[in-house]
Design a protein. Structure first.
Ligand SMILES: [Zn+2]
Ligand SMILES: [Zn+2]
Length: 357
């Protein structure tokens, strides 16, 4: 059984808790469309993972078999600690590449496309990152950490990152020195000048400090969440794909091979003509968040899509072993179409018209 079968309900309970605590404190942290899109995007990545998640594991298993230098005693806790630190080091580079290489940013941008910042944002995970991530874990495989350790450490690293997506926890004193915390992860999700390309760590912030990519949260400057080139859509499938289309258009239009390659492997800020970052100071007060008017019945459909999606995802976790690859593919494809349709419906001219009446 997938460990997510047990984790997903905990995610939902914590989101509800954060929502209630925020409401009691009189802070608005959750927009309905944004939240539904975030959770549905999380489920999109899970539905794709049922098919593609194995790529990483298969590739890693091959690497460790072929190139692994050492055998580690997995009954020793210290081995797991060394493993976790090593994994997190590799994660830092996966994440950094996801921000600094345009085609990899296309996979990661979905995580940053929310203009809210809450526990639901944490669930906006990439559905297309599986094809390249394993490459960054080659050092781990060469060190000989087993495939089982790779999977468990990956889960620990990912689950740790859930709780840092909150605005309800302030700075955490001495922990800020070496751990990824809500405070320094808020900076990572910011689009203010000082936040761009900062704080890539998964569990430990020491890598950022070591490689010069760390920034502390500035209490005097309100963090504006999201990206400079906003998604402007509630469709989680489009959220996963849209930047590949941007790159495709840029590559087609580029006159030379050098420029074409630059659009694929160069930094996103160049490709998006955002090289002006820093030239003119970013002003939080000039930012307009993305919203679309929605009639009440559409919001009900949105919430229903998330609840139904969650029930069908839990079902898939249970029945996966009994399904053939093609059955899984059909199941996931239908779910992706469903989430995409709900997201697109919010933007349909008739729905927008009904909301304005
Ligand atoms: Zn990121
Ligand atoms: Zn994040």
């Amino acid at each position: 059984m997938s460990p997510y079968f047990y984790v997903v309900p905990v995610f939902f309970v914590l989101i509800a808790l954060e929502f209630l605590v925020a409401r009691r404190r009189g802070v608005r942290l959750y927009g309905l469309q944004d939240t539904v899109t975030s959770i549905n995007a999380g489920m999109v990545s899970q539905f794709v993972n049922v098919l593609g998640g194995a790529v990483s594991v298969v590739m890693y298993a091959w690497l460790v078999e072929r190139f692994g230098l050492f055998v580690w005693d997995e009954s020793n806790l210290a081995v797991w600690v060394v493993g976790l630190v090593s994994y997190d080091f590799c994660y830092y580079w996966v994440h950094r590449a996801g921000h600094e290489v345009n085609v990899l940013w296309a996979a990661h941008v979905i995580h940053h496309s929310s203009e809210d910042f809450n526990l639901a944002t944490a669930l906006r995970q990439s559905a297309t990152g599986f094809y390249f991530r394993w490459v960054f874990y080659v050092p781990l495989a060469v060190l000989g950490f087993s495939t089982k350790m790779f999977v468990v450490l990956g889960l620990i690293d990912l689950l740790y990152q859930y709780w840092v997506h909150t605005q309800l926890i302030g700075r955490l004193g001495v922990l800020e020195r070496f751990l990824v915390t809500p405070s320094n992860h808020r900076v990572h999700h910011g689009q203010n000048d000082y936040c761009i390309d900062r704080n890539y760590g998964g569990i430990f912030s020491v890598w950022d400090k070591l490689f010069g990519t760390y920034a502390d949260e500035r209490p005097e400057e309100k963090v504006v969440y999201g990206v400079r080139k906003p998604l402007r859509s509630w469709d989680p499938v489009w959220g996963n794909l849209h930047h590949y289309f941007v790159i495709g258009r840029l590559v087609r239009a580029a006159p030379t091979l050098r420029e074409k390659l630059g659009h694929i492997f160069g930094p996103p800020r160049g490709a998006l003509h955002l090289s002006s970052i820093g030239e003119r100071p970013f002003r939080a007060e000039e930012f307009t968040p993305f919203t679309t008017p929605a009639p009440r019945f559409m919001n009900v459909i949105g919430i229903f899509s998330t609840l139904l999606g969650a029930a069908l995802l839990m079902t898939l976790y249970v029945i996966t072993p009994e399904l053939s690859y093609w059955q899984r593919l059909a199941y996931s494809a239908l779910m992706l179409a469903f989430f995409s349709a709900v997201g697109a419906l919010w933007m349909h001219p008739r729905i927008l018209g009904a909301a304005r009446r």
